[in-house]
Design a protein around this ligand. Structure first.
Ligand code: CUA
Length: 158
């Protein structure tokens, strides 16, 4: 069987493209230690409101002096719906811990690195540093029902 010259060029080009894409994935894992996100813990969705730290949503200082910001998602609201970050915490690392009581939601905080899925039965954790004063909007970015578009909250950094 004779392979057309142009067909051969396309075949070689496709192979080079696939191999370089695979190479890029391997390089990111080997040299940049790329990791898949994994749940920070498990929780019974029915017991969220009775399980620490979700029995007390909001901003808290932990025993070791670090800060945590706890969110409970539920169609179609975040608890707490408004949080104030005092100016002393600007530049400090805050651990955002979230879970959901019902369906899958998504947490995106504008002008930050925070973008995590909030999945029933799982605890999601992500660290954030607010450097500047201002207001951030927390939106749900996973379609969760008829009122998905109103599922927002606010973080005010003093
Ligand atoms: Cu919650 Cu969309």
């Amino acid at each position: 069987m004779e392979v057309d010259r142009y067909e051969r060029i396309w075949l070689i080009g496709s192979a080079v493209f696939i191999l370089s894409a695979l190479g890029a994935i391997i390089a990111s894992v080997v040299f940049h230690t790329a990791e898949l996100p994994e749940p920070a813990g498990r929780i019974e969705p029915e017991l969220v409101t009775q399980t620490a730290p979700f029995d007390r949503p909001g901003l808290h200082q932990r025993d070791d002096g670090s800060w945590e910001l706890v969110y409970v998602a539920q169609a179609w609201a975040w608890d707490p719906v408004q949080v104030t970050i005092p100016s002393e915490l600007r530049g400090e690392e805050i651990k955002i811990i979230s879970t959901t009581r019902d369906v899958i939601h998504g947490m995106k905080i504008t002008d930050t690195n925070v973008n995590v899925m909030v999945i029933p039965g799982q605890i999601s954790e992500v660290d954030v540093v607010f450097d500047d004063a201002g207001t951030h909007t927390l939106v749900c970015h996973e379609y969760c029902g008829i009122q998905h578009h109103v599922m927002g909250a606010e973080i005010v950094v003093e």
